[in-house]
Design a protein around this ligand. Structure first.
Ligand SMILES: NC(=O)c1ccc[n+]([C@@H]2O[C@H](COP(=O)([O-])OP(=O)(O)OC[C@H]3O[C@@H](n4cnc5c(N)ncnc54)[C@H](OP(=O)(O)O)[C@@H]3O)[C@@H](O)[C@H]2O)c1
Length: 368
């Protein structure tokens, strides 16, 4: 075959079951730390021996601490198996620059690795390709999932993990997920004396979203009516995580006692005009924000196109066949996303969500 006719991938780019398994384990480990790593992305890494057996799986925990690759190599060293490392699988291209921690390429080059599999390119155009190039120069065979003929599913997984970071890097604001609960009458108003009307399962989903995101956007109407705590309670939370809280509206409309309590838990900003919201969010370290507000703010965000995913939790009452007097609460979850990829797809609840793509699709992963 002539040089010009060579396909853009070669046989070595085919993902084997061992590499697929390693990627899935790396993504799954990284998922444990989504909502804790900002401003860094969640990243996972697996080390394999020459036979394709997984030696170690590790993930980045939080900014300022070791990256996934360094943690994995350190763990292999502690286990006395560093000399067995043959293949490194990583969800994001290893860095080749010194930030708060040394370059990942350096630690990888202390191992006998021969092959590197990369899930996503670094979305930062200033450093993209540098880590892969450094390792290639050192004699390592570098494979990209996006260039693999059977890499589509794995690429989507790695991209979903990276999506909030990529979006912030390219668009200078965090990924925004709106959560809207609608009761069986189609309104957002809870019955008098209640703060919510959704099922326990839906509440757990909402708390999981609070856990994986870096903060909440709310508004003075909700604050004054509900005095919400906005904390993670129904699922395990990251330890000592201080999140961002943006309250849209006038500061004078925020009850003082609520603000004092909220300030103990959150880094609070007040946003009197939503036109300033992207800038206010850009000043925080958040990668992914959750909106929990009433219909007034939700309309503003919709009109301003200031959202990425829109989760609707619809309250549905189904008759229980065995006891016609008893009604079962069985909410329906629907996600409309403006992207081909969404980080919500990594949550266990995604399997129960109906989902659709908004017509005005925006590219989270443009070809750079
Ligand atoms: N079902 C659900 O999912 C859900 C979730 C949350 C809340 N709720 C319910 O929603 C109800 C409250 O709804 P709501 O519509 O009255 O309140 P809201 O949307 O939470 O807050 C409205 C406030 O947002 C501020 N705002 C409006 N436009 C703005 C803009 N362009 N820039 C900055 N701030 C802006 C204004 O504050 P200022 O007047 O201070 O300027 C306005 O009064 C409550 O009953 C609550 O229980 C339901």
């Amino acid at each position: 075959m002539g040089e010009g006719l060579r396909p853009y991938y070669h046989k070595g780019n085919v993902i084997t079951p061992a590499i697929e398994q390693a990627f899935k384990r790396a993504v799954s480990e990284a998922c444990c730390f989504v909502g804790q790593t900002a401003p860094n992305p969640a990243v996972g890494c697996a080390l394999l021996d020459e036979q394709g057996h997984i030696l170690v799986v590790a993930a980045h925990h939080r900014a300022g601490e070791s990256h996934a690759e360094r943690l994995a190599v350190e763990q292999a060293r502690e286990l006395g198996i560093v000399e067995k490392i043959h293949t490194v699988v990583v969800t994001l291209e290893p860095c080749n620059h010194t930030g708060r921690t040394p370059p990942c390429t350096e630690i990888l080059l202390t191992t006998p690795m021969r092959t590197l599999w990369i899930g996503c390119k670094d979305p930062n155009p200033l450093v993209q390709g540098a880590g892969a190039a450094r390792l290639e120069v050192a004699g390592c065979a570098v494979h990209w999932v996006e260039q693999s003929p059977n890499g589509k599913e794995l690429l989507s997984l790695c991209q979903a993990l990276l999506a909030p970071f990529t979006w912030r890097m390219l668009h200078k604001r965090p990924w925004i997920t709106v959560k809207q609960a609608l009761n069986s009458n189609g309104t957002m108003q809870p019955p008098v004396g209640q703060k919510t009307f959704t099922s326990e399962k839906s509440l757990r989903f909402a708390h999981r979203l609070r856990c994986v995101t870096d903060g909440i956007i709310t508004a003075t109407g909700t604050v004054r009516t509900d005095h919400p705590t906005l904390t993670v309670r129904l699922v395990p939370d990251h330890v000592a995580r201080q999140r961002v809280l943006v309250v849209c509206g006038q500061k004078t409309n925020i009850p003082v006692d609520w603000l004092q309590t909220a300030q103990k838990r959150f880094a609070i900003s007040v946003c009197p005009d939503c036109a300033q919201l992207p800038e206010i969010l850009a000043q925080t370290s958040a990668l992914w924000m959750l909106v929990e507000a009433g219909p007034t703010l939700l309309n503003v965000l919709r009109q301003a196109d200031l959202w990425d995913d829109w989760l609707t939790i619809e309250q549905h009452h189904f008759q229980n066949n065995n006891d016609t007097n008893k009604k079962q609460n069985c909410d329906q979850w629907r996600v409309t996303t403006r992207h081909t990829i969404t980080p919500i797809s990594l949550l266990p609840e995604w399997a129960e969500c109906q989902h659709e793509q908004d017509k005005q699709e925006e590219a989270c992963f443009p070809v750079l």
